[in-house]
Design a protein around this ligand. Structure first.
Ligand code: GLN
Length: 544
């Protein structure tokens, strides 16, 4: 029996040779190209045993991306949302941890009716049922499934076996396998080499999977002869070998795949028709590319945090600045400032020399926060545009409490855990977080409404709207007991939770641009719709 009763098509994206080739971007770009008329639902399969990446160190694993439903997922979901304009769900991310937990819970309930629960078929069946379940629930036209890691990884074998079986279950006209590999051009040889691709496809063949399309990640466009060669070794037409060249901006990838003929292949193999409309997208990409090389206007924004060692941990912030830059047609240069190294007002002044805007993004713990406070004070006192995000809002409140309200010993109670004495906890634990001891998925997470004060700058930035929805990930908040004292000195809380007394946006009237928010506006920014706070920060920076 065919399992795709609802007519869903399956596109499987696997990767080979090495990690870091941009499989997430490849999948997101495929989704972008098909989303014109079809409902494309991205699904990601991760081999690790964590339920989600929320408990992983961002330096090791990259940014934690928070979904509207509160799920914590990895950066690939950021790519999916930005390229495909979807709001993904936590359930669309399978991890081996989630799959096993589900199976073990079932086993304890006795749902296996006395059977021996085995890797085959129970794990693979569960994975397949998970896919079909999403397709059903979402009434998806296309399920776009990215398998994490590379084909040789032991931990992904059950996903590969499940997707192999899928072809038989759903019928060959309803599934397509796309394999992303690496085509190096070794220095000195100066020729595109197909061997790694051949080896990787061979490995995939051993698992019983034959790719229908191969995307060759390469420093340049693939030549007709290498396409021919790869095609013949891997049993596909040369036209099904698609170039994945290095690009100035990842947003160019859908445009390249389109020129390489990928949509037509997908349409004909799957019997679908959903032509992409890339006209506006092309304009923004042209702006980004032009400004990288030959900018008419440039602004430099300092990103001040402690995880600066790994730019990936602030990937969405960087993307949001790219979106804003594309719409203003300006080049946004980033300056990474490690606040662990800022120990005095002079350090802050030196670090911020020549920048037109400052962002203190989200963060946790004690390290680097006094440096952030120096940075924030400098922006406040020198009329330098400032956007504080989450921790960046909390620390702006602490700085204001200390230096404007004169509350000596003001701090966030978060640092108490690390032995710092806090005399004025202007930022305190959220009431709902007091008794929480588990670390996984327990913060205040996901989308919540924000009520904006009429007539405030925040409301103007959001085009006069009074209620907007943004995504949160925090444990601490502005302590309600200090709100009056802070506002008496001129700080305005211009965004609040509609019912609870949770402050969600603050601003300083009279300052060129001093805005901070408890949520993460970068998570909902995309090339079509840049996050308003980033858009306006860049605008303010242009006027410095
Ligand atoms: N550490 C702060 C909190 O838990 C801020 C979190 C964040 O910046 N994401 O509230």
């Amino acid at each position: 029996m065919k399992k795709n009763e609802n007519g869903c098509k399956y596109i499987i994206v696997t990767g080979g040779v090495l990690s870091g080739l941009g499989k997430g971007i490849a999948a997101a770009s495929i989704g972008n190209l098909l989303s014109g008329r079809l409902k494309v639902v991205p699904v990601k399969c991760d081999g690790y045993l964590n339920t989600d990446p929320g408990t992983m160190n961002p330096i090791e694993h990259g940014e934690v991306f928070v979904l509207d439903d509160g799920g914590e997922v990895d950066m690939d979901f950021g790519h999916y949302e930005r390229f495909m304009d979807v709001h993904a769900k936590f359930h669309w991310n399978l991890t081996m941890g989630k799959v096993f937990k589900d199976i073990l819970d079932k086993e304890r309930r006795g749902d296996y009716l006395g059977k021996t629960v085995q890797f085959l078929p129970h794990v693979t069946d569960r994975i397949k049922e998970w896919f079909h379940g999403i397709a059903r629930e979402e009434k998806a036209d296309v399920l776009l499934i990215e398998v994490g890691g590379t084909v040789g990884d032991l931990e992904n074998q059950f996903y590969l076996e499940a997707i192999r079986q899928l072809k038989r279950d759903v019928g060959r006209d309803n599934i397509i396998y796309i394999h992303l590999t690496y085509v190096p051009v070794p220095e000195g040889v100066n020729e595109q080499k197909s061997k790694p691709t051949q080896m990787s496809v061979r490995l995939l063949n051993e698992k019983g999977i034959e790719p229908d399309v191969i995307i060759g990640r390469c420093p340049e466009l693939l030549t007709p002869s290498i396409k021919e060669k790869i095609g013949s070794y891997c049993n596909i037409p040369a036209s099904h070998v698609i170039s994945g060249p290095d690009v100035k901006t990842v947003y160019e990838i859908p445009l390249i795949y389109e020129k390489e003929g990928l949509p037509a292949i997908l349409h004909s193999m799957l019997g679908i028709y959903s032509p992409p409309d890339l006209r506006q997208w092309e304009t923004w990409v042209r702006n980004i590319k032009k400004n990288r090389v030959n900018p008419e206007r440039t602004v430099t924004i300092a990103l001040c945090g402690k995880y600066t060692a790994l730019e990936d941990s602030y990937a969405s912030v960087v993307e949001a600045l790219t979106h804003a830059g594309a719409h203003h047609d300006v080049r946004v240069d980033l300056k990474w400032v490690d606040t662990g190294k800022i120990n005095s007002p002079d350090d802050a002044r030196a670090a911020l020399a020549g920048v037109q805007g400052v962002i203190v993004p989200g963060g946790f713990g004690r390290r680097g926060i006094e440096g952030k406070m120096h940075v924030i004070r400098f922006t406040r006192e020198n009329n330098l545009p400032y956007l504080g995000i989450c921790y960046g809002m909390q620390l702006a409140v602490v700085e204001f409490a200390r230096n404007v309200c004169g509350l000596v010993g003001a701090n966030t109670s978060e640092v108490r855990e690390e032995g710092v004495q806090v005399d004025h906890p202007v930022i305190d634990i959220l009431p709902g977080q007091v008794n929480v001891s588990n670390k996984g998925g327990t913060m205040r997470l996901g989308g919540h409404d924000v009520e904006l004060k009429a007539g405030s700058r925040a409301s103007a930035i959001y085009g006069g709207q009074t209620t907007v929805r943004e995504r949160f990930r925090h444990r601490y908040e502005v302590n309600p007991a200090y709100i009056e004292r802070l506002e008496a000195k001129g700080l305005v809380f211009s965004g609040k939770h509609p019912e609870e007394n949770i402050m969600q946006v603050m601003e300083l009237p009279g300052h060129k641009f001093f805005m901070a928010c408890q949520f993460h506006p970068e998570l909902t920014s995309n090339l079509r719709h840049p996050a308003p706070l980033f858009h306006e920060l860049v605008k303010a920076a242009l006027e410095v």
